[in-house]
Design a protein around this ligand. Structure first.
Ligand SMILES: Cc1cc2nc3c(=O)[nH]c(=O)nc-3n(C[C@H](O)[C@H](O)[C@H](O)COP(=O)(O)OP(=O)(O)OC[C@H]3O[C@@H](n4cnc5c(N)ncnc54)[C@H](O)[C@@H]3O)c2cc1C
Length: 403
């Protein structure tokens, strides 16, 4: 088994790093800091356009949808380099993999190329006020009415809904169904009458978390559906088969560069900071403290396990292997590792770990302090670690479903 990148992959990585050093200028970074990661200003849009023209947004996607039929690992290398500077490329986490797998030809033609190019951006409408872990208990209804469906209900934590062009919505289409039977998925334009988006401000909002913080978004949303009428062409796949489609899509969305980086950025940040920081006494103290060096090295070693789990998932996806529990396993290990590193760094920094963005003496614009507030969310969103463990037991180990 070869764990290192090939010379061609290393050359791609170098080309990306050179591009980023040239194009992601301090002015672009300042604009991104102002706008947050979901809303792009003109300078950021111009960089995205150059990324698209290089063909980097779609290396591994089918040619017929604007891709290059290339390797999933090459795509991963691209996604990782850009995610590190706050750019989201590649179509992962966007619902596109599920549309590719479960959509009809018309839907694939309509959506995939535009999702990859960034023209369409989907938010995800799964969670409801009654609880996201119990997804099978969802209440939002989509009732057939002639050639249309009429949707009523409420979704919680619809992150990015304020900027999204579409929502990827899970709703109950069979009113007599219970649990996961009778659920369908819809692809719905956000400007459809009857949809209202209301902000839910996050703990990262005031003061605003610096770019690169774990989670770091200043808002998510509640989204309301009142007699929202959509044509049947918005249904993804078959009616009442949404559960299977969403399980597959969520599993795929749980792996990839940005998810991997959420969990290991902290390790990279602290190593770089302790190595390079020359201003102030804290980094100097940590550099020379054997127990601090031990703890940083231990976290770094665990981070390599996250990397290997991610690369294993990429390899399975690339080789069309059976991808069942691996995303769930990664979604247990990586967020728990991210929380552990964050807490370790906080202990090492002592009182400095409490200084938020804007405070005098705050380290790295309060990055580590904001991480303390944001790290825990990655163990909850996109499937909590408790639910993921259950998935590993059920799908990975073949244990019977718990009662
Ligand atoms: C920052 C953030 C962004 C998000 N973005 C989106 C989004 O864009 N779209 C979307 O649809 N959702 C989104 N979510 C929602 C996320 O998927 C849910 O938070 C998650 O599914 C948990 O649901 P809940 O918060 O309602 O907690 P609950 O379902 O109330 O669960 C609370 C706790 O109880 C545990 N628990 C519940 N049931 C069980 C059980 N049977 N066995 C063991 N433990 C259990 C859970 O693991 C969790 O720790 C986001 C969440 C966060 C925090």
């Amino acid at each position: 088994m070869e764990f290192a990148y090939t010379p061609t992959q290393r050359a791609l990585q170098q080309e990306l790093q050179d591009f980023i050093a040239k194009e992601v200028t301090p002015e672009v970074e300042a604009e991104m800091d102002d706008h947050g990661s979901l809303e792009h200003g003109p300078l950021t849009k111009a960089v995205y356009e150059k990324i698209k023209n290089k063909g980097w947004r779609a290396i591994s996607w089918p040619k017929q949808y604007g891709g290059q039929d290339g390797s999933r690992l090459d795509q991963y290398i691209v996604e990782e380099e850009f995610a590190r500077v706050g750019f989201n490329v590649g179509g992962g986490g966007s619902g596109a993999p599920t549309i590719l797998a479960g959509g009809n030809q018309e839907q694939k033609d309509k959506y995939i190329a535009k999702i990859i190019s960034g023209e369409y951006f989907f938010c995800q409408g799964f969670t409801e006020p009654s609880g996201g872990a119990d997804l099978a208990g969802l209440q939002c209804r989509a009732m057939k009415d002639g050639d249309d469906y009429v949707i009523n209900g409420q979704k919680m934590y619809t992150t990015g809904a304020q900027n999204a062009t579409h929502i990827y919505l899970m709703a109950r289409t069979d009113p007599n169904s219970t649990r996961n039977a009778g659920i369908s998925i819809f692809l719905i334009p956000m400007d459809t009458p009857g949809i209202t988006v209301r902000p839910l401000w996050s703990i990262q909002n005031e003061p605003r978390a610096p770019r690169g913080t774990t989670y770091g978004e200043n808002r998510t949303n509640e989204t309301f559906f009142e007699d929202v009428r959509v044509p049947a062409s918005c249904l993804l796949g078959e009616e009442n088969n949404g559960w299977n489609l969403s399980a597959m899509g969520l599993n795929l969305d749980r792996v990839g560069a940005s998810r991997y980086l959420i969990s290991v950025r902290r390790d990279e940040d602290i190593v770089n900071w302790v190595k390079d920081e020359t201003n102030g006494v804290v980094a100097e103290r940590l550099r020379n403290d054997p127990s601090a060096r031990d703890r940083i090295a231990e976290c770094w070693t665990e981070a390599q396990v996250c990397r290997l789990m991610t690369l294993r998932s990429m390899s399975i996806v690339e080789h069309d292997g059976k991808f069942t529990y691996e995303g769930s396993a990664e979604k247990v290990w990586a967020p728990e590792h991210g929380v552990k590193t964050t807490e370790t760094i906080a202990a090492l920094l002592g009182p400095y770990a409490q200084l938020l963005n804007g405070a005098e003496d705050a380290i790295e614009s309060g990055l580590y302090a904001h991480n303390v507030m944001g790290a825990f969310q990655s163990g909850i969103n996109h499937g909590s670690t408790q639910i993921m463990r259950d998935q590993v037991a059920l799908r990975g180990l073949g244990l019977p479903r718990s009662r």
